[in-house]
Design a binder for this molecule. Sequence first.
Ligand code: FUB
Length: 355
Amino acid sequence: MFDINTKKKLMLPFLFIVAVNASVSVAQSKKEFLTEPLIKNIYTADPSAHVFNGKIYIYPSHDIDAGIPENDNGDHFAMRDYHIFSMNDIGGPVTDHGVALDIKDIPWAGRQLWAPDAAYKNGIYYLYFPVKDKNDIFRIGVATSKNPSGPFKAEPNPIPGSFSIDPAVFTDTDGKTYMYFGGIWGGQLQRWATGKYNANGSKTDLQQDNAPALSCKVALLKPNMKEFAGKVKDVVIVDDAGKPLLGKDHDRRFFEGSWMHKYQGKYYFTYSTGDTHFLCYAVGNNPLGPFTYKGVFMKPVQGWTTHHSIIAFKGKWYIFYHDTELSGKTHLRNIKMIELHHNKDGSIQLIDPFK
Ligand code: FUB
């Protein structure tokens, strides 16, 4: 038996360790998230937001746990349907409109319904979605509805000439509509480097550090919104000296998750740097680029992926993004939003997703 003082002495190192651990966990818990998840009852990611009929509609991925181990191919992102959400106002309730499109209703689909986007023209809403076909090659499909919240009916085949992932559809003030798309690694863009699909191509990127980085792609859409009007082009991002960003420039080069917004006559091409987890922007004078790299506008979120959209609503700008606050798991994400500010010189104010 120890007397109480001996016991205290013996306990000292233990108490010190406990105290250190307690202060670590206090420090960690001080890293507060900047915003709250918009939806808490299901997992959502890759939010593409649009304003239709005066309301905000959000077209996200619907994350599920399919029990597939994590790998660089992104096999663990095994999503099977889309839910669409709407908000009448910022901070107001978010309505879940239920399943808008299910993978079983896409005749050509194999697996993995990834980040979608939407557009409107002449009374019809268009939902654009990437999914692997039955040969396990990502293609981009389109589905239509008379209602922004669906349900959507998929076309029988993917958009001819489409490939890779993350369609982002932008209609310019002159009425022309463009689709930006592509993503490296699991998004397979590197396998299309020669213009044809190479199943044995690199699993990550071109692996040519001193060559220009792989580019996001852009295509003008035909007025029917279901086909590309011409050739698919590279979205070239250049540095201040006008030189294309290189493959080794992982902090700045394009990886996936592109978006386009127009601000004071300039075209803002925004995207994720993937393995370095930044959201960056590059600015150009027309929707086809080239775009000059300007900087990071959002620091890394919690989670491997970072994916966003930007809209103007009632005179202010907002970014929609995701993190893994609810689950702590890479493939089970939750969407969020926060105001985004452009400075007088056109630069975008940096957002830290933590307080
Ligand atoms: O949701 C699956 C993929 O994760 C998306 O297509 C990427 O942009 C990344 O967010």
